[in-house]
Design a protein around this ligand. Structure first.
Ligand SMILES: [Mg+2]
Length: 425
């Protein structure tokens, strides 16, 4: 479809920018964020990029450069990033109700209704508002299709002179832009397609735009053809506004330090069941079976190795955390073996269906079921209002010896009353 306008909003260096929101002292300082268990660098601010730090490098290998330049290191704080992301997205709805939240730091807006105003000015306004209200810097790309808005965003970010906003709609130099960028810069064209296209002498976006439709469809399926049409300005990929419910819910992590006792393993599994069950109830669903799994560290070849998994069906599908923990612990009894150092564990909730589709078994007691539903709802409400893990089951402790290593974690400024930022005036 022609005559549409989309904007792609992308938060710049999102995790690093989140760490700076409540630390104005770090405004122009280099910041890096680490992966789970403080393993690798997963995000970095532009100052850290300029110092030559690379993404994906293990922390211990970057120690020298970090110390030399006094770079600020943070463990990942997903509670903070998730909350800041929600604030960004909510603020974006002031500018268009037609929004697709594409990832934690990206969203598409449908701006078709705004095509008669100055779109660059409008995008600058969006940028200023997000910075003023949330404290996060963003870039905006505007195009006739989602694919073009993605490319425009890349341009806006790459060249300082555009100040983070680029509009490719009816751009007089469109052909020149297309001949300058490689096919790998196109949204949806990954490593394999890039290789194939290059082999067939299709290198620039312009080559791709001029390629034969039948050939593209044969080589890249209908999805690839849609991408090419989108580059030509024909909108084929609409906003996806409804996120389908998850069919499986997984919660797993590696331990901060090896776990050697059944008690600790049982605690960790109870913790994952608790997290997974919260997501299950959030989407108003119940599960029909659970799987637990755990394993030793397969990279430590000189240590004895053991991994196992066990699935347990539920008589009646439900989402009641204490009962699911009981079932998970029964599964653990069946497969646990002592004498190993375990590296990770997790749970999967499967056979998920909407709560409204659930059938009680013949001899189920409706009274007890009603009571459990109310108890768990009260717990969810309290945890929603007063912060995560305010009420937990007795099956795991607050001080989790097996929890992730997060030596450099920032406070949960926005989701925990005890960790609110302090202002001295
Ligand atoms: Mg980003």
């Amino acid at each position: 479809m022609k005559n549409k306008i989309f904007a792609l909003i992308d938060c710049n260096c999102f995790y690093a920018s989140c760490e700076k929101v409540f630390r104005p002292d770090l405004k122009d300082s280099p910041v890096v964020v680490l992966s789970n268990n403080d393993g690798c660098i997963v995000a970095l601010s532009k100052e850290a990029k300029n110092l030559g730090i690379k993404r994906g490098v293990p922390l211990f290998k970057s120690r020298g450069i970090i110390e030399k330049h006094d770079i600020n290191v943070f463990s990942s704080n997903y509670t903070l990033y998730g909350d800041i992301s929600a604030r960004v997205m909510k603020t974006l709805t002031l500018f268009s109700h037609d929004i697709e939240i594409y990832s934690i730091d990206e969203a598409f807006l449908n701006l078709t209704d705004f095509k008669h105003i100055d779109l660059v000015k409008y995008a600058q306004k969006i940028k200023e508002t997000i910075y003023k209200c949330v404290g996060i810097p963003i870039s905006v790309g505007i195009g006739e299709t989602k694919t073009l808005s993605k490319l425009a965003n890349k341009i806006g970010k790459k060249y300082n002179k555009f100040d983070g906003v680029f509009n490719i709609v009816n751009h007089p130099a469109k052909e020149k832009i297309f001949s300058f960028f490689d096919v790998s810069d196109v949204w949806g064209i990954g490593f394999e397609y890039t290789k194939m296209l290059h082999k067939n002498n299709i290198n620039s976006i312009l080559d791709l735009v001029n390629a034969d439709d039948v050939w593209i469809k044969k080589k890249m399926t209908i999805k690839g053809l849609y991408t090419v049409w989108e580059l030509r300005g024909d909108s084929c990929i609409d906003l996806e506004k409804y996120i389908p419910d998850k069919k499986n819910i997984l919660s797993s992590r590696s331990f901060g330090s090896p776990v050697t006792s059944k008690k600790e393993l049982a605690e960790a599994i109870a913790y994952h069941i608790t997290l997974a069950c919260e997501s299950l109830r959030e989407q108003n669903s119940v599960c029909s079976f659970i799987t637990i799994f755990f394993s030793t560290n397969r990279f430590k070849e000189n240590e004895p190795q053991y991994m196992n998994a066990k699935t347990m069906p539920l008589l009646t599908p439900h989402a009641y955390t204490p009962d699911l923990i009981n079932t998970a612990h029964k599964a653990l009894d069946l497969i646990y073996k002592s004498g190993y150092k375990f590296k990770n564990c997790g749970v999967v909730l499967g056979g998920i269906l909407p709560l409204s589709h659930r059938q009680l078994a013949l001899f189920d007691d409706h009274g007890i079921d009603y009571k459990k539903t109310n108890i768990i709802k009260a717990i969810d409400d309290i945890n929603d209002s007063y912060g995560k893990e305010k009420i937990i089951t007795g099956a795991f402790k607050y001080n989790k010896s097996w929890a992730m290593r997060r030596e450099y974690k920032s406070p949960n400024y926005t989701t925990n009353w005890n960790e609110l930022p302090l202002v001295k005036a």
